[in-house]
Design a protein around this ligand. Structure first.
Ligand code: PLP
Length: 408
């Protein structure tokens, strides 16, 4: 057989202003290039402790349990559901976009009874929207997406924990597109299960999913774990429906490696964790509040520029994400052709609509390292050029001036 080899891969220069990943700081790339050491090396264990401590700060929590799952944001989502749901359990999920929909798929796969509470894509829920579904019977989880990447809407979380707890449920929140860019306040919210991803506002390459659990969630996990293989080698009877239905994502096992026991579970993705460590250092050096303000300011600059070009936001007013800006595609414009021209002619990636918003919106991410005024200006300039042949446009110099003024 002929052996096939390839030339080294040289990624093109890209400005990543899509729904993720965002551009990665050189410091993070350099950290990931450092020599690999063992996953039980005492020096590596120190790095793990540092990651946990910094994750607590970024999640704004004093929860003991905070660690990165090995896998992308979807692994965080799956871990959040599989550890708390047994077949037949009821879960109430807010569905107003692709990622709420994905949550329902994950819960179905694990045999849960799923109550979907639905809103048009781009709108957000009021706590009272969940009342009837919660009242219909015992419920294990109330699950919502904080930052709906598919619509650009930011779901207020206030009031949801009390509602969930009054119904004996835990509050589960997806913060994949908010953590490190938009205020996330795990303890202030009273949220029980909160997960995220590294490749958005943390600006660390995709591959890890930070996750934190409240004391209430930990207590529920202990009950769940008691029914399953708490110790290696102990196999639960196949009929035991209550055991955690994932080996890889079993948080009780992961806690033993990330806690004081240091028991081997799976080989930690060493280089990815070096990257997360450095990425979290960068976030905390800047400071959470300063970072949230930077994201808000650059989003305002983007909208000032887009507005001057006559473009309109998609998501509900007052609930728009600074990290993911959903732009309504003007009538008659081929949205995919615009994205292609931005990428090929200007080296800028933005996203298109997903699911029912396919063809209707562009998704402009201003996340982490990518959220900069110069990037906003570069995008407005390029977009004006690309759109100028396709629709009647106001004077683009006004759009640039508006963006610059709003972003200062
Ligand atoms: N949740 C939200 C809100 C997301 O935006 C994404 C990805 O875009 C995910 C979950 C899944 O993350 P990943 O694609 O990293 O698996």
């Amino acid at each position: 057989m002929r052996l096939v080899t390839e030339a080294p891969f040289a990624p093109p220069a890209r400005l990543l202003l899509g729904p993720g990943p965002s551009n990665v700081d050189q410091r993070v790339l350099a950290a990931q290039a450092r020599p690999v050491i063992g996953h039980l090396d005492p020096e590596f264990l120190k790095l793990m402790d540092g990651v946990k401590a910094m994750l607590r700060s970024v999640f704004r929590t004093s929860n003991d349990f905070a660690l990165p799952i090995s896998g992308t944001g979807s692994a965080g989502m799956e871990a959040a559901f599989v550890n708390f749901l047994a077949p037949g359990d009821r879960v109430v999920v807010g569905v107003n976009g692709v990622f709420g929909t994905r949550m329902t798929e994950v819960a179905y796969k694990y045999g849960a009874q799923v109550e979907r509470v639905v809103k048009p894509w781009g709108r957000v829920f009021d706590p009272s929207d969940f009342g009837p579904a919660l009242d219909r019977g015992p419920v294990r989880l109330l699950a919502v997406v904080h930052a709906e990447t598919s619509t650009g809407a930011c779901q207020p979380i206030e009031g949801l924990a009390a509602l969930a707890h009054d119904h004996g449920a835990l509050l589960l929140v997806d913060t994949v597109t908010s953590l490190g860019g938009v205020p996330v306040d795990t303890d202030g919210w009273g949220a029980d299960i909160v997960y995220s991803g590294t490749q958005k506002c943390l600006s660390v390459p995709p591959g890890l999913a930070p996750l934190t659990l409240s004391a209430r969630a930990l207590a529920a996990l202990k009950v769940r774990a008691a029914a399953g293989p708490l110790f290696p080698g102990v196999v639960p009877p196949p009929s035991n429906p209550n055991s955690i239905q994932s080996w890889y994502l079993d948080l009780t096992q992961l806690a033993r490696y990330w806690g004081t026991d240091r028991v081997y579970h799976h080989t930690a993705p060493i280089s990815a964790l070096y990257g997360l460590h450095e990425g979290l250092r960068i976030v905390l050096e800047e400071g959470l509040e300063a970072r949230w303000q930077r994201h808000a300011r650059n989003s305002a600059a983007l909208w000032a520029g887009l507005g001057a070009l006559g473009l309109k936001p998609w998501a509900e007013e007052g609930h728009r994400l600074a990290s993911l800006n959903a732009v309504t595609v003007p009538d008659g414009v081929d949205e995919a052709a615009v994205r292609k021209a931005l990428l090929v002619e200007h080296g800028i990636e933005i996203g298109g609509g997903l699911g029912e918003l396919k063809g209707l919106i562009w998704r402009v991410g201003l996340m982490g390292h990518s959220s900069r005024l110069e990037n906003v200006v570069r995008l407005i300039e390029a977009l004006a050029k690309v759109l100028s042949g396709r629709m009647k446009l106001p004077d683009p110099t006004r759009a640039l001036a508006a963006a610059e003024a709003a972003g200062r």
